[in-house]
Ligand binder design. Sequence first.
Ligand SMILES: NC(=O)C1=CN([C@@H]2O[C@H](COP(=O)(O)OP(=O)(O)OC[C@H]3O[C@@H](n4cnc5c(N)ncnc54)[C@H](OP(=O)(O)O)[C@@H]3O)[C@@H](O)[C@H]2O)C=CC1
Ligand SMILES: O=C(O)CCC(=O)C(=O)O
Length: 419
Amino acid sequence: MAKSQLEQALTRLDDAARYLDLDADVLEKLKYPRETTKMRLMVRMDDGSRKSFMAWRCRYDDTRGPTKGGIRFHPEATMDEVETLAFWMTFKCAVMNLPYGGGKGAVQVDPHALSKAELERLSRAYIQAFANVIGPDRDIPAPDVYTNAMIMGWMADEYANIVGKSSPAVITGKPIALGGSLGREDATARGGFYLLRHLERDLGVAPGSTVAIQGFGNAGTHMARLVADVGYRVVAVSDSRVTLYRREGLDVDAVLAAKAGGSLAALAGRDGVEALPPEAIVGVDCDVLVPAAMEDLINAANAGEVKARVIVELANGPVTPEADEILFRKNVVVLPDILANAGGVTVSYYEWVQNRQGFYWTVSEIHQRLRANMETEGRAIWNLAKEKNISVRSAAYVHALKRLAEAIEAHGTQSYFAS
Ligand SMILES: NC(=O)C1=CN([C@@H]2O[C@H](COP(=O)(O)OP(=O)(O)OC[C@H]3O[C@@H](n4cnc5c(N)ncnc54)[C@H](OP(=O)(O)O)[C@@H]3O)[C@@H](O)[C@H]2O)C=CC1
Ligand SMILES: O=C(O)CCC(=O)C(=O)O
């Protein structure tokens, strides 16, 4: 029988455990999600009918603090996917030494098929359903695929209505007007960008190197702008419909404008821009490939096509464990999701801290802190990978697992956290 997504993800835990002398309790604790709540949301449509949508929230592990992680609105969302994403959040928060465990949520819906009012009712229904699961000290959602600051604003408002008081620290990635943090909007890309720049010499890339970006939403668009601004050449970008490719480099401003105008394809054929199928981005000739969309993009079937020397995983889980082995043998360096896209949750943490203290930082303070955090954890993981001759992903898991194990043990052997 084929492995579930979570079973596949757990192979990374087993791999990391080989490098540490762990108490068996630690692995037993981390092998299963602590709590997954499943609810069917009933939402009134504009035409007066009611439609139902399956929704989940998983709190995978709260050993190191309240669970933290985004909410995804996607037609193919499943409980297995939510639990896997929550497992990754557990390790991501530990990689960055944030005082959080891992969580994630999703609604199985195509949000593009809803009107704005329907989307708002769906977002509020999610909070009505999960109000007892989430909370500023229990479980703190944020944006993910096909959710954004506007949706987080509606959700924070609904939570405030339910608990009868303003409670901004319950959700991060909010609009600035509702206590959102400066710098959260591009934080996922910026974290990956700071990591890439810090490791340039080790990786053998620099401004002038070529970049291909898969997925052109929050993570992908900001990454395109950041790398182009310092002189990297963005040769390809893709979304769910098309890959645009130009060997000499794309005009990033024009690409951003085309996407904002509704369709990347509008640029096809202009100035030598080629339009290819979305999946063609994997084999594009480039130095740095940046997956910024969904899981399993690079798998056993297409890993051999990768021409990039470096992969920066802004997406969660874009490389399967089988593909990881193929890439490692090909000397392709993968900067793994739990490190490379951790800028998002790190600035979410800053937002939560600012909400709790009621005092807000400037955007340059946010950028400075984020850069320092990415460089500290990134360097430690890079050095560990070199020292043990293992992949950067394995090193990131070992780095996080050490912290998780210490916390599990510190709770005491009779604690429910460790029992
Ligand atoms: N937002 C955040 O703060 C964080 C996000 N991430 C991860 O980054 C990734 C992207 O998230 P985010 O940018 O927020 O999401 P967005 O919803 O903003 O953008 C998603 C992008 O992915 C594209 N896409 C969706 N399905 C496919 C597909 N099958 N093939 C190619 N492209 C596809 C979409 O295409 P189209 O535009 O055509 O719909 C869109 O451009 C996800 O893995 C997410 O979990 C990780 C950390 C934090
Ligand atoms: O900002 C956050 O809290 C979580 C972001 C997220 O869902 C992720 O890192 O995958």
